[in-house]
Each structure stands twice: as structure tokens, then as C-alpha cells.
Design a protein around this ligand. Structure first.
Ligand SMILES: C[S@@+](CC[C@H](N)C(=O)[O-])C[C@H]1O[C@@H](n2cnc3c(N)ncnc32)[C@H](O)[C@@H]1O
Length: 343
């Protein structure tokens, strides 16, 4: 299928001449904190009376339940330590494989803050897991496989480092349910030497994503331009095609301050294509199962006024997670996938 280019990306390609990069370098080395710095336990105390926190606990229990008793676990692409730091108390040993140095530093700080003794983190991409064959009892990944420049190689690598009989539980950013065919996004970042204007395009079918970064000199004038841009975005939104004030007009006006640009492309998955890809890699008993968090969301309306104790909330989430290992979910709604390396 022919690729569609928006006016804004054509301008970026022709004028800023972006060089090829990847998500770890272009995005995750630049963002300050993922999840808005509000990850339960890691950033803020967990409060089971909040639906989001209850669902987070269910997701954590889901990873644990799907490991089927395994004790030495690899988390691929843990970002700021999710689920790595949250699952650590549930296993004997956990290891993170994360290619972004900034995220590795963030995990290291989290390990210290939480006083965890069984966490190791290594700066490696999923496409080149620097571990021996059959090294881990189980592997988990949360919205990281599809961030890899070659997600197929990443899944082959997961298969290689997993012990025979071990399971791989994978959550991904589902492309099911996206309404618009092409969705634009804008984000701003700041490092010591540059201000970053990030433009993304997500396509529904086939599911792909293109990301651009245009870097500007970090001067007082450009800082003021970025401040005004943030205000504008708050008022009119992040769709430069409909609002050139946050797109072409901004870039053209500040063209003289551009110091560099880069881009990367991603391929996204549906539950079905993730399942097929895992089967192609050699996994067996590959199933799309309900996420325990989806189950948690569905029981939440009945539980929210029950004044659950922490122990009760954890037990319910663990029960939902156990259920999620047995309950196949229909394809087409983006639920996570689990597979086993043949024994
Ligand atoms: C959307 S974030 C998810 C982080 C975390 N798992 C979570 O759910 O909060 C994607 C993560 O994948 C990492 N990543 C990017 N490329 C990767 C690769 N080739 N291998 C492994 N992880 C990668 C990024 O650095 C980032 O930390």
C-alpha cells in the first residue's frame, strides 16, 4: 500500500532532513518520566480505592500468574521500571533489558528508592539480548516489543533466551479500536542542549507509526516559543494538519533555530498478528487471553464502594489474574497474548 505523507512531514523531510533513529534514542532518552510520573508504588503510594491503581495491581498479578511458577524473569523494555519493579517482590530474580540509558538510570533510582535486592538491569535492546540461550524461566513485555526497530527479531530473541517450557506474556499497544485512519500527535521535550518538537503519525490499517523529532537550539527565545506552543496546544489540540499554528507555521517561523532532526518507523500489532508472529518464532500453545486488568475494570463498579482492605484488593486481583490464564479472549479487541517455548 502506498504510504501517505502529511504536509507537515513532507516539510520536515525536505527542510530539516531527518536522519534515521529509533524510539529508545529519539523518544525514551528524552522524555522525563513515563506515565506522567504517577506509577503506583514506583512514583506514588498505591491506593486500591482508585480504579487505575486497582487495575495496575491486576496487571501486575497477571504477569505473575502467566509465568506459571517460574522464578527468574526477564522484562523487555521496562521503561521507568514497569512492570519490572512491581513484579520484583513476586519472584526470586528479575532482570530488565532496556536500551535507553535515561530509562536505565530511572530504573536504578527506583530500585534504590524501593530497596529491592533482586533486580538487575542491562542496557540492551530486545533485538540483541546480550544473554545466553535458555537463560530465563519466563519473559514479560509491556508495550515494548512494538517499539523495537525489528519486532520480529525481538520476538526471536525472547524465544532464544527463554528456557524450554518457559512462557512469554506480552502486552502491546493494540491497533484495534483506533477510530481514525491516520492520527497525529505532538509532544515537546527538553534536554540541556535542545528543545524537541516530536510529531507522530499512527495509521490504523495496516498498523504503522512514523515519528519525527525536530531539534531547536535551547535558547531563551526558543524556550519562550515552546512555552507559547504548549499554551496553544492546550487550547486547540495536537493536530497540526487541522491547526497549522501548532504545525507548519511554528516550524517555518523558527526554521533558523533548527539544529537537527531524526525519524523512526514502528510496526504495530493486533492480538491476532502478535499470536501469528509468536507462532512463527516457535512458540506453542499461543493464546489471546483476557488481561486481568480488563477483568478488574469490569468488576470495579461492584467493588468500588466496598472499602476493601489492601490484602483483600490484592487477593481479588490475584484471583482475576488466575482466571485470566484460563479465559481466552476474542481476537479484535487488543487483549494480550501468552505463549510457551516447547519443552
Ligand atoms: C511505551 S514504553 C513502555 C515502558 C514500560 N514497559 C511501561 O509499560 O511503562 C516502551 C519502552 O520500550 C523501550 N524500547 C525501545 N526500543 C526497544 C528495543 N529495541 N528493545 C527493548 N525495549 C525497547 C523504550 O526505551 C521504552 O522504555
Amino acid at each position: 500500500m502506498a504510504k501517505k505523507y502529511t504536509v507537515l512531514e513532507t516539510w520536515i523531510v525536505n527542510t530539516a532532513k531527518p536522519v534515521e533513529s529509533n524510539s529508545a534514542e529519539q523518544t525514551y532518552d528524552r522524555v522525563q518520566r513515563q506515565g506522567g510520573g504517577k506509577l503506583p508504588v514506583i512514583d506514588v503510594p498505591i491506593e486500591y480505592s482508585l480504579e487505575e491503581h486497582f487495575m495496575d495491581e491486576a496487571r501486575i498479578r497477571d504477569f505473575a500468574a502467566h509465568m506459571g511458577g517460574a522464578q527468574d524473569i526477564l522484562d523487555v523494555g521496562p521503561g521507568d521500571g514497569w512492570p519490572l519493579l512491581r513484579i520484583a517482590p513476586l519472584f526470586k530474580a528479575v532482570t530488565g533489558a532496556e536500551p535507553s540509558q535515561r530509562r536505565v538510570d530511572s530504573i536504578t533510582a527506583g530500585v534504590e528508592k524501593l530497596g529491592l535486592k533482586n533486580v538487575t538491569v542491562k542496557k540492551v535492546p530486545a533485538t540483541g539480548l546480550d544473554f545466553p540461550d535458555n537463560r530465563f524461566d519466563g519473559v514479560v513485555a509491556a508495550t515494548s516489543i512494538e517499539q523495537s526497530p525489528d519486532p520480529y527479531k525481538a520476538i526471536d530473541e525472547v524465544f532464544r533466551v527463554l528456557k524450554p517450557g518457559g512462557r512469554f506474556r506480552v502486552y502491546f499497544e493494540p491497533s484495534e479500536g483506533r477510530e481514525r485512519e491516520l492520527a497525529e500527535g505532538l509532544m515537546m521535550t527538553e534536554t540541556e542542549d535542545s528543545l524537541g518538537y516530536h510529531y507522530s503519525l499512527k495509521h490504523t490499517r495496516p498498523p504503522w507509526e512514523r515519528n519525527y523529532l525536530v531539534k531547536f537550539a535551547n535558547t531563551p527565545e526558543m524556550k519562550e516559543e515552546f512555552r507559547k506552543l504548549r499554551d496553544l496546544i492546550e487550547r486547540i489540540g495536537t493536530t497540526p494538519s487541522a491547526n497549522p499554528e501548532v504545525g507548519l507555521q511554528f516550524l517555518e517561523r523558527n526554521q533558523a533555530s533548527i539544529t537537527g532532526a531524526s525519524f523512526y518507523e514502528l510496526e504495530h500489532f493486533t492480538s491476532e498478528t502478535m499470536k501469528e508472529t509468536m507462532e512463527d518464532a516457535g512458540f506453542v500453545n499461543v493464546r489471546i487471553t483476557w488481561s486481568a486488568a480488563t477483568l478488574a475494570r469490569s468488576v470495579w463498579p461492584r467493588l468500588k464502594d466496598s472499602a476493601l482492605t489492601d490484602v483483600q484488593a490484592q487477593a481479588i486481583c490475584a484471583g482475576l489474574a488466575e482466571l485470566s490464564t484460563r479465559l481466552e479472549a476474542p481476537a479484535g479487541i487488543g487483549e494480550p497474548v501468552v505463549g510457551t517455548k516447547p519443552a
